[in-house]
Design a binder for this molecule. Structure first.
Ligand code: SER
Ligand code: ZN
Length: 501
């Protein structure tokens, strides 16, 4: 149960002291409209009093009609009534106090929330939220109209559900047959030793030499020839600097913050403004990063994270012609970036990575059918060309995980299949790619319609080249003689690497 306790004052444009009985009657006659829902009483008016031009009212409620909702209704009905009958207007609504108590078996680890003065766990029974009604950061009627209290309740309920055991979902769907592996080595070490890759200057970043790059390109060629061309996907270029607008619509703004590489433009491009930075560097030969920090603006967004969200800007607010459907596109025009956990990792855990991203849009049936077509093609690639040990699992959908959520989607048929491969040297499984049905999340979020007004769904699939390489090399080793036959047909000749002394 949730309990609400709210006291607010209506400030009228004129004196109302002699209208006590008018208000009393008004409240008695309008309880249904204001305090009930489907004949169930949610809110009660505990008491009210009148002083000059001010009516102060005390509301208590459960969740049937939340007191904040009752207040909105009250204002509407009251201004119609009093305006019409007495030509008096409501100038302002002041919130005197507002407390919400959510019954819960445990508290939540939230210390501060906007508009909240205090949140704690009371008597081992309630999460008690006391709203700020005094300071500059106070909750006003405008926030009540914007449903801020309701969003706070949702946020706390989500937290409670997480504690209630909603974990990252993982459920095995299928596993390939056991294989004899050519290698039992760490793929990163193997490639480092042969000079195929070197560490970049940034954390989780690699510089790929000719051999490793050629391996990536071979993977891409296989996807192109075996999957993208036969299934008629066309190439696009998605932006790689993603604005907040995109992440607000894609849902990422709900939770991706700890993993973003933020992008800040200069406050101005006036060379004079940057003169001191240049001079300091030229004299000290150290980049004055703290000074730079002062001279750059707030982040306009971040580096590409999930790859497909910025595609949707192309379709935002548009209506798709029927002959366009299902729409099938892919992008491999740039890197993706994630601020990963610290420590030294190999190429299977990187902050800068390379991925082919496929997006398809269509009716629900089209979207599900396309997903099945892709699954067949992937199966063929992993079984007959890469010949790796792999498996699939039904997991928390990527779009929920990236919003900081757990569990599974409420939308039927929506979700993510993770493709995993075994790395024999440590006997662990790594995610090498995924394939998702995103239901109408993106078509709705970006307001995309079809000509015949059919509900549009979409799907996406991200093929991680570093992960494919880690899986392939860890199972087959670096000696290309021993690689699978069909793969060698694609790979042909190893390019000449860069040897140093
Ligand atoms: N956009 C999906 C993800 O980020 C697939 O690449 O996981
Ligand atoms: Zn995607």
């Amino acid at each position: 149960m949730i309990y609400f306790d709210l006291r607010a004052s209506f400030i009228f444009t004129k004196e109302i002291s002699d209208l006590y009985s008018v208000f009393d009657n008004f409240f008695n006659n309008n309880t249904d409209k204001i305090l009930s829902k489907n004949d169930e009483v949610g809110s009660t008016i505990e008491d009210f009093n009148i002083n000059d031009n001010k009516l102060t009212i005390h509301l208590k409620s459960n969740q049937i009609v939340r007191a904040n909702e009752a207040l909105i209704r009250l204002k509407k009905e009251l201004s119609n009534f009093i305006g019409f009958k007495f030509k008096i207007g409501i100038r302002e609504v002041l919130i005197n106090f507002f407390i919400i108590k959510i019954e819960a078996d445990n508290g939540v680890d939230i210390e501060t929330l906007p508009y909240v003065k205090n949140i704690d766990y009371e008597n081992d029974r309630y999460i008690k939220i006391v709203f700020d009604t005094e300071t500059e950061q106070k909750l006003t009627f405008s926030e009540i109209e914007k449903r801020i209290p309701d969003r706070i309740i949702t946020l706390i309920k989500n937290k409670l559900e997480d504690y209630g055991g909603k974990n990252e979902h993982w459920e095995l769907l299928w596993e390939s047959e056991d294989k004899k592996f050519e290698s039992n080595e760490d793929p990163t070490e193997l490639m480092l030793n042969e000079g195929w890759i070197k560490r970049g200057y940034n954390r989780g970043q690699w510089i790929y030499g000719p051999e490793a790059t050629y391996l990536f390109r071979t993977f891409e060629k296989i996807v192109l020839k075996e999957l993208l061309e036969p299934l008629k996907y066309t190439e696009m270029i998605f932006p790689k600097l993603v604005s907040w607008d995109v992440w607000m619509k894609s849902g990422h703004a709900q939770g991706v913050y700890p993993e973003i590489y933020y992008v800040c433009p200069p406050k101005t491009r006036d060379p004079k403004y940057w003169e001191d930075v240049k001079n300091i560097y030229n004299i000290t030969k150290e980049v004055p990063v703290d000074l730079i920090k002062e001279k750059i603006d707030v982040p306009i967004g971040g580096m590409c994270y999930a790859q497909c969200p910025s595609f949707w800007g192309f379709l935002q607010g548009e209506t798709l012609a029927s002959d366009q459907l299902p729409l099938k596109v892919y992008d491999h025009s740039g890197t993706s970036h994630r601020y990963e956990s610290g420590g030294i990792h190999g190429i299977e855990r990187v902050d800068e990575f390379h991925r082919l991203e496929l997006v398809w849009v269509g009716t629900k049936e089209d979207t599900l059918e396309q997903a099945e077509n892709l699954k067949k093609k992937y199966n063929h690639i992993f079984e007959d060309i890469l010949e790796i040990k792999w498996r699939t699992a039904w997991v928390t959908p990527w779009f929920m995980a990236q919003e900081g959520k757990h569990g599974l989607s409420d939308m039927k048929d929506a979700g993510t299949v993770d493709y995993e491969a075994l790395t024999p040297y440590n006997n662990k499984w790594i995610e090498i790619q995924n394939l998702s049905i995103n239901a109408n999340k993106y078509t709705k979020g970006f307001n995309v319609k079809s000509q015949d007004n059919k509900l549009l769904w979409s799907g996406c699939s991200g093929v991680g080249l570093e992960r494919w390489a880690a899986a392939f090399i860890s199972q087959h080793g670096l000696n290309s003689e021993k690689w699978p036959k069909k793969f060698k047909e694609y790979f042909k000749n190893m390019p000449k690497g860069i040897k140093t002394l």
